[in-house]
Design a protein around this ligand. Structure first.
Ligand code: NDP
Length: 344
């Protein structure tokens, strides 16, 4: 059984591909260049169940046509993970909105045109960004759930880079649900969506750790490399976290289980703040003790009183597995970073 995974070399997608190969699926992954395809193929040990195709830019509304022309009869499941996750952008529309929105449009268009009767399930990697409301995020008592929607429109989402990234995710997700509403009867596939909060955890391959990491892991990377005498606000970053291995697992269950059809899986394993990261680094990783700031140990939870919280009991019940703890997620991420530091 063949699964198409877009953005196969992404941080989350590599875990998904890894899990798919472990479960004996045939995987067709898309990456942006031959060099990235060669690297990923080697990383997965030249696994014959992995085929990589180049899709240079998902901003192109026909980006996935060639892949479908080639493999349409084979592809049974589509996991669309590719989307820009960076805050280092100048042109919000060109660098975030268009690739996110056109990417999902391009994939839906290709499935409609070439796989209407063969693709059975479609899983979209959306985000908490498509759920939360910036104007309510700091209002105590606000609770976001699987039924909450980021209300920003095209204009509002251009007010800041954070809003712009979140906008890119909600525009893409709305597009997918609208497609189902309008054209659901013309295609065989059913839609499920995965909405993770901040995703941490190790990369599949140690060699993918770099001086500057993917947007979410960079938060841990930065903490590991902050010297002890630096004054860091305990809530410089706060929000919710989830382990990348749990996010990958949810992507597989999302297409494997009938009861997850039509669901938004809000992947949230609990709250955290910068202080909580430093607590784990100081307490659990001996080589970092005294090397990173101590702050005010044990006070990280105070950020819970600051603003909105998340209630994802529905997702937890549906998935039925226990999420990885904050301690394990942070320790595993930091240890891989330290291993990389040691090898240079
Ligand atoms: P990565 O940056 O590691 O992965 C993003 C993937 O999308 C890469 O393969 C990237 O290719 C590809 N991509 C980006 N822009 C384009 C484009 N214009 N054309 C073609 N491919 C493109 O990030 P993550 O793994 O963290 O993110 C994966 C998905 O998960 C995204 O949809 C993101 O929004 C979502 N997400 C991530 C969270 C997190 O905390 N990490 C939280 C919630 C959702 P390349 O590497 O070649 O640029």
């Amino acid at each position: 059984m063949t699964v198409l995974v877009s953005g196969a070399n992404g941080y989350i997608a590599e875990h998904i591909v890894n899990e798919l190969l472990n479960q004996d699926y045939k995987v067709i992954g898309t990456v942006r260049s031959e060099a990235k395809a060669d690297k990923l193929f080697k990383q997965f040990g030249s696994n014959p169940n992995l085929i990589l195709e180049v899709v240079e830019d998902i901003s192109d509304l026909h980006a996935f046509d060639e892949v479908f022309k080639k493999y349409a009869s084979e592809i049974k499941y589509v996991l669309h993970t590719a989307s820009p996750f960076t805050l280092d952008v100048e042109d919000y529309v060109k660098e975030l909105f268009i690739p996110a929105l056109h990417g999902v449009k391009a994939m839906l268009h290709a499935v409609e045109k070439y796989g209407a009767t063969t693709v059975e399930r479609f899983v979209l990697t959306s985000s908490y960004a498509a759920i939360m409301d910036f104007d309510k995020e700091m209002v105590p008592g606000t609770i976001f759930t699987e039924t909450s929607w980021n209300p920003d429109n095209w204009e509002k989402a251009q007010e800041s880079v954070g809003r712009a990234y979140n906008g890119s995710k909600v525009f893409a997700e709305r597009e997918a649900w609208n497609f189902i509403e309008e054209k659901g009867d013309r295609v065989k596939f059913k839609l499920s969506v995965v909405n993770p909060v901040y995703v941490f955890g190790p990369h599949v391959f140690d060699e993918d750790v770099s001086v500057k990491m993917n947007t979410s892991c960079e938060i841990i990377n930065k903490a590991v490399h902050t010297s002890a005498n630096t004054i860091v606000h305990p809530f410089e970053t706060f929000g919710s976290f989830v382990d990348v291995r749990d996010v990958a697992r949810a992507h597989l269950l999302a297409f494997q289980r009938k009861d997850l059809i039509g669901k938004r899986l809000l992947m949230d394993a609990g709250r955290f703040s910068t202080q909580d990261i430093f607590d784990v680094l100081n307490q659990e990783i001996p080589v970092l003790k005294g090397k990173v700031p101590v702050g005010k140990p044990g006070t990280g939870g105070q950020h819970n009183n600051i603003g909105a919280t998340v209630d994802n009991r529905l997702t937890c019940e549906l998935l039925g597995f226990e999420f990885t703890s904050f301690k394990k997620t942070i320790v595993d991420t930091a240890q891989q970073i330290l291993k990389h530091d040691g090898s240079h």
